[in-house]
Ligand binder design. Structure first.
Ligand SMILES: NC(=O)c1ccc[n+]([C@@H]2O[C@H](COP(=O)([O-])OP(=O)(O)OC[C@H]3O[C@@H](n4cnc5c(N)ncnc54)[C@H](O)[C@@H]3O)[C@@H](O)[C@H]2O)c1
Length: 248
C-alpha cells in the first residue's frame, strides 16, 4: 500500500496500459479517477477495482476537450480534495506511410497524444502548485526517441513531443515540489497492437532481448514506482520499459 491516501487521475483508463495503471494504483491504496472517452469500458474497470476493495470514480471525457478536462478536475477536487498523481496515458496509434498521412490524421494524432497531455497538465498544475506537491507521469514511447519502425510519423512525433513536454515541465515545476517523468514503453500486448497483423508483433518479439512482448502490468509497475515516495528525487526522467528493444 505505497500510495495510501493519494489521489490519482489516469487518462485512457478504459483498457490496455491505462487500465493496468489504474488497477495497480488502486491496489497500492490510491483513489483513482478513471478517465476515458469510452464510458462503457470505464464501468468495467470500476467494477474490477471495487472487486479488489479499491476506490475509484468514472469520469468519461475526451482529452482533446479543455472544457471536459476542467469539469473532471473540478469534480475530483470537490469529491476528494486533491490530485496527487496525474497519469497522461490516453493515446491513439496508426500505421501509415509518411506520404499518406492526411492533414486531418496528423492533427487528430497530435491533438489526442500531445495536446491531451498538455491540457491535462494545465488543468492540474495550478492545484499541485498551490499544495507544493504532486507528480505527473506521461506515457511516451520508444518511437518518440528513435522514430517508429512501424507506426506513422505523426505517432512518433507526438511521442517525441510528450518526451520534451516531460523534460520542460520537470524544469519549470521542480521548484514547486512537483516531479514530472515519463515511461517509454516498447511493444506492449494491448488492444492497440492488435490493430496490426500478428507477424508484425512477432517481429518486435524477436528483436526484444528479453524475448517477449511487454504486459500492461510491466508498464503499470514502473508508474507505481514513479508515483511513490521512493522516486521523490527523480524528475525529468524517461524510463524505458521495453525488454531491451531499445537500449540507449
Ligand atoms: N501498446 C504499445 O505497444 C504501446 C507502446 C508504446 C506506447 N504506448 C502508449 O501507451 C498508451 C496506452 O496505449 P494502449 O496500448 O493501452 O492503447 P489502447 O488503445 O489499448 O488504449 C488506449 C485508451 O485510450 C483511450 N482514448 C483514446 N482516445 C482518447 C481520448 N481522445 N480521450 C480519452 N481517452 C482516449 C481509449 O478509449 C483506450 O481506452 C498510449 O499513449 C500509447 O501510445 C503503447
Amino acid at each position: 500500500m505505497r500510495l495510501r491516501n493519494r489521489t490519482a487521475m489516469v487518462t485512457g483508463a478504459g483498457q490496455g496500459i491505462g487500465q493496468a495503471i489504474a488497477l495497480a494504483l488502486a491496489r497500492h491504496g490510491a483513489r483513482v479517477a478513471l478517465c476515458d472517452i469510452n464510458a462503457q469500458r470505464l464501468d468495467m474497470v470500476l467494477a474490477e477495482i471495487q472487486s479488489i476493495g479499491g476506490c475509484a470514480l468514472t469520469c468519461p471525457m475526451d482529452v482533446t476537450s479543455k472544457e471536459q478536462i476542467q469539469q473532471v478536475v473540478q469534480q475530483v477536487l470537490s469529491l476528494w480534495g486533491a490530485i496527487d498523481i496525474l497519469v497522461n496515458n490516453a493515446g491513439i496509434y496508426e500505421v501509415l506511410p509518411f506520404e499518406e498521412i492526411t492533414e486531418a490524421q496528423w492533427d487528430r494524432m497530435l491533438s489526442v497524444n500531445l495536446k491531451g497531455a498538455f491540457l491535462c497538465c494545465q488543468a492540474v498544475v495550478p492545484h499541485m502548485k498551490q499544495r507544493g506537491s504532486g507528480t505527473i507521469i506521461n506515457i511516451a514511447s520508444s518511437a518518440g526517441k528513435t522514430g517508429a519502425t512501424l507506426a506513422g510519423a505523426h505517432y512518433s512525433v507526438s511521442k517525441a513531443g510528450v518526451i520534451c513536454l516531460t523534460k520542460q515541465l520537470a524544469r519549470e515545476l521542480g521548484p514547486y515540489g512537483i516531479t514530472v517523468n515519463a515511461v517509454a514503453p516498447g511493444r506492449i500486448d494491448t488492444p492497440m497492437i492488435h490493430t496490426v497483423p500478428e507477424d508484425q508483433n512477432e517481429m518486435f518479439r524477436q528483436r526484444t532481448p528479453l524475448g517477449r512482448l511487454g504486459t500492461p502490468e510491466d508498464v503499470a509497475n514502473a508508474v507505481v514506482f514513479l508515483a511513490s515516495d521512493e522516486a521523490s528525487f527523480i524528475t525529468g526522467e524517461i524510463l524505458d520499459v521495453n525488454g531491451g528493444l531499445l537500449i540507449d
